[in-house]
Design a protein around this ligand. Structure first.
Ligand SMILES: [Zn+2]
Length: 405
C-alpha cells in the first residue's frame, strides 16, 4: 500500500485528499488538497475563482506519539456578496483555527471533563490555545434555539476572581441548563437576556427565581410583568444557617459536656441538612438538646424552615410559613427573630417558590459547578473565557468525539 493511500485511510480528513506525507522535526506533515473545486465564503457564497492563496498548517490528532500537521492551500475569495476579500472555509477546520476540527472537538470534549493543565500536557497544546478552541466550539454550537420554550428560569450572580468580579447567569429550571451568561451583576446584564428572548418567548416565561437582593427584581418586573418572582431556597436556607451560626457563636461552651473537637463537629451537624447526618452527629445533637436548649431550638427552626421546600405541599405553604414565623419570633433568639422579619418581608416570593415547585431546584448545583469550572481553569483572566467554559460545560452542548464521527 502506498504511503499516501495509507494516510488517506488512517486520517479520513473530511473533504480532502492526502497528496503527500513527510517526516520532519516537528512531526508528520501531511499535505492535503480540498476535494471541492469551488471555494466557499463564510457567508455561503461560492466561486471557482481564487483571489490569492497561501499555505497553512493545522495541528491534527497525534499519530501514535507523533504530532501530525495537515498542510494545504488556503484560498481567499473576492466575495460578491460580502463585497470584500475573505478567507474561504475549509471542511476540516473552523474559520480562523490553527487546529483541525477533530482536534478541537477532542480538546472541547476533554475541557467538559477535566482541567486545563491535564489537557495541555496530554495533547501538547498551550492554555491559550485551549481557551481559543473552547470559545470557537461554543460559538459553533450555541444558537438562539436554547431560548425556545423557556418557562421557569433562575437568575443568579456568580463571583469569580476571588469575589472581586461577577457574572450574571440565567439557567432553565426544567433542564438545569445555563442559557445566558453576561458580565457584571447589574440590571443591564439581565435586560440583555430578556432582549435576546424577544416578546414572544418573554410571554412564555411563567416564573423567575432569584436571590433576595433587589438587583434583578426591577428588570424582571419590567420585562416579564406577568411572571411570578420566586426566591431560591438555596439562598433562603443559607440565611437560616447564618442565623443558627449566630446562636452557636453566642453559646457558652465552657462547662459543657462537649469537648472542643466535639463542638467543631457539632457546628457541622447544625449546618448540614438533617438527612445528611450520621449517628455520631445525632448523638451530639442529643447532647445539645439537653445541654444547650436554645441552640437546639434554633437548629429545629432551621430544619422546619428547610422542610418548607422539601415536604410541604404548595397549598399548605402559606399557613405553614405563617406558623413558622410566629414560632421563630416567639423563640426570643435575636438572630431568629431577625430571620423571621426578613422572611416575612419576602413572604410572597417564598410562597411562589413552593407553589410552583421551583424548590427542588436543579439549579442549586449550578453555582457549585461554576466554582469548580473556575478552579479547573485557574482564574480565567477574561470574563468571556469563563462564560465560554460555562456554556460548554453547563449549556447542554454535546461535542462529538473524532472516534464517533
Ligand atoms: Zn461572503
Amino acid at each position: 500500500m502506498r504511503v499516501v493511500t495509507a494516510f488517506n485511510r488512517i486520517l479520513r480528513v473530511p473533504g480532502a485528499w492526502v497528496t503527500g506525507a513527510a517526516f520532519t522535526d516537528d512531526g508528520v506533515v501531511v499535505s492535503i488538497r480540498a476535494k471541492a473545486r469551488r471555494h466557499r465564503c463564510p457567508c455561503g457564497w461560492s466561486t471557482a475563482a481564487r483571489y490569492d492563496q497561501s499555505r497553512r498548517r493545522w495541528r491534527h490528532l497525534d499519530f501514535a506519539s507523533m504530532p501530525v500537521w495537515l498542510e494545504a492551500d488556503i484560498v481567499r475569495v473576492d466575495c460578491a456578496s460580502c463585497g470584500r476579500v475573505r478567507t474561504a472555509d475549509v471542511p476540516w477546520a473552523r474559520p480562523g483555527a490553527r487546529h483541525t476540527r477533530d482536534l478541537e472537538d477532542l480538546i472541547a470534549w476533554l475541557a467538559q471533563r477535566t482541567d486545563k493543565t491535564s489537557i495541555a500536557k496530554l495533547l501538547r497544546v498551550s492554555w491559550e490555545a485551549i481557551q481559543r478552541v473552547v470559545t470557537r466550539v461554543v460559538a459553533d454550537h450555541i444558537t438562539d434555539r436554547r431560548f425556545d420554550g423557556l418557562r421557569h428560569i433562575g437568575v443568579d450572580e456568580i463571583s469569580y476572581k476571588r469575589g472581586h468580579k461577577y457574572l450574571t447567569v440565567v439557567a432553565d429550571h426544567d433542564t438545569g441548563r445555563v442559557v445566558w451568561v453576561a458580565e457584571g451583576r447589574t440590571q443591564a446584564a439581565l435586560e440583555g437576556f430578556f432582549d435576546a428572548l424577544g416578546p414572544e418567548r418573554r410571554a412564555g416565561i411563567e416564573a423567575v427565581s432569584m436571590d433576595m437582593a433587589t438587583i434583578y427584581r426591577d428588570a424582571t418586573r419590567r420585562a416579564v410583568p406577568h411572571a411570578a418572582i420566586c426566591f431560591d431556597p438555596f439562598h433562603l436556607v443559607s440565611w437560616a444557617n447564618k442565623a443558627v451560626d449566630a446562636v452557636f457563636q453566642n453559646v457558652d461552651r465552657r462547662s459543657s459536656q462537649l469537648t472542643g473537637r466535639e463542638w467543631r463537629q457539632a457546628r457541622y451537624a447544625l449546618r448540614a441538612g438533617a438527612e445528611r447526618l450520621g449517628s455520631r452527629h445525632h448523638e451530639l445533637l442529643a447532647v445539645i438538646e439537653h445541654d444547650r436548649r436554645q441552640l437546639f431550638h434554633a437548629w429545629e427552626l432551621k430544619e422546619e424552615f428547610r422542610a418548607l421546600f422539601q415536604t410541604v405541599d404548595g397549598d399548605d405553604a402559606d399557613s405553614y410559613l405563617r406558623d413558622w414565623i410566629h414560632r421563630a419570633r416567639a423563640s426570643g433568639l435575636p438572630s431568629m427573630v431577625n430571620l423571621a422579619r426578613q422572611i416575612e418581608r419576602n413572604f410572597e416570593g417564598i410562597i411562589n417558590t413552593v407553589r410552583l415547585g421551583l424548590s427542588n431546584s436543579r439549579l442549586e448545583g449550578v453555582n457549585a459547578k461554576i466554582r469548580l469550572i473556575n478552579r479547573r481553569g485557574f482564574g480565567h483572566p477574561k470574563w468571556q473565557n469563563l462564560a465560554a467554559m460555562i456554556h460548554l460545560c453547563l449549556g447542554g452542548i454535546t461535542v462529538p468525539l473524532p472516534t464517533q464521527r
